[in-house]
Design a protein around this ligand. Structure first.
Ligand code: ASP
Length: 314
């Protein structure tokens, strides 16, 4: 008995002794992947062990979340998930996991605003023209997204409902492939996170109609907000958190929390986020308590909105 206790203590102290897998619920090259790779680099240094990204795309991010919920709770299977974790319970009637009971929380990571973009060939040159154009051509236009419950899906819905127009949506495994389709002219419009759109906007490879923030984004200061162009109070930002399977030992969680806190305060990580239009969270948000509280509040906020809108998957 004494021996067993001793060896359990030693293994927790040693954690991690092998690479830690961070599951990303969307395709490589997109917003979640970009954030995860930037974080994994600094968090890996903190943990003195490699953090390896695994892209597990599908069903708006719920495939990856389900996989991690059912993984061995040993600290080697983690999940990075966004706002979709809070909308999934209302959107998916047969959600195979419970965000409130199947995970241990590590903490929040960053907040990422969005931009409304289009293929370069779309005629309207500003938001007012775009709204008129969409109303006139809604049967011919389409809107790309990363599946039911993805941030691009929610933002697209908010936009089309605000302008009272429905457009056909085309789901992809992530907004990286959707971006390729947009730049190739196969889709017309998309609402996507700045971590995926900033480079393309600056290079002129997509048209931009506005940001979803209350005030302009410093790294995209030439882009007006949707709110300042008339869509009053349009304010959407995508929050991310890190999760571990329920039952992960406290000693392991403590190490992960410490590594996350150091990472969100890392100067290089912070400035990379700013370059991409995003904001690393402050230390007090990179905590299990903060993520638990925020997730619960977001589930309570989005549930009634989604039910009212009547959107769901069986
Ligand atoms: N975060 C998703 C991705 O990485 C996109 C989304 O949620 O809209 O592709």
């Amino acid at each position: 008995m004494v021996l067993m206790v001793a060896s359990a203590t030693v293994s927790a102290q040693e954690y991690p002794t092998k690479p830690v897998i961070l599951a990303v619920p969307f395709a490589a090259g997109g917003p979640a992947d970009t954030l995860a790779r930037n974080l994994a680099q600094v968090m890996g240094q903190q943990l003195k062990q490699q953090m390896v990204i695994e892209n597990v795309a599908g069903a708006g991010g719920t495939v990856a979340a389900n996989r991690v919920a059912k993984a061995k709770p040993d600290g080697y299977s983690l999940l990075i998930a966004h706002i979709g974790m809070a909308t999934a319970p209302a959107l998916y009637r047969k959600l195979p996991f419970n965000p409130l009971t199947d995970f241990e929380y590590i903490g929040q990571v960053a907040d990422v605003p969005m931009t409304l973009i289009a293929k370069t060939g779309l005629p309207p040159d500003n938001l007012t023209e775009l709204i008129a154009y969409v109303k006139k051509n809604k049967d011919k236009l389409n809107l790309g997204n990363a599946g039911l419950g993805a941030a691009s899906h929610l933002c697209g819905l908010l936009f089309t409902s605000r302008i009272q127009s429905e457009i056909t949506t085309i789901p992809y495994n992530g907004t990286a492939p959707a971006m390729a389709a947009l730049m190739g002219g196969q889709i017309d419009l998309m609402c996507d996170q700045t971590t995926n759109t900033t480079t393309q906007i600056k290079a002129g490879r997509v048209k931009v109609y506005g940001t979803t923030t209350k005030t302009r984004i410093p790294s995209l200061s030439m882009v007006p907000t949707l709110a300042e162009q008339g869509l009053k109070d349009f304010d959407v930002s995508v929050w991310y958190g890190i999760y571990a399977p329920k039952g992960t030992p406290k000693s392991v969680l403590d190490k992960l929390v410490a590594a996350l806190q150091a990472s969100v305060q890392d100067a290089q990580f912070k400035s990379r986020m700013v370059e991409l239009g995003a904001l690393a969270v402050t230390k007090d948000k990179a905590t299990p308590e903060s993520l638990a509280k925020h997730l619960k509040a977001e589930i309570e906020k989005w549930g009634p909105i989604i039910k009212k809108a009547g959107i769901y998957a069986d």
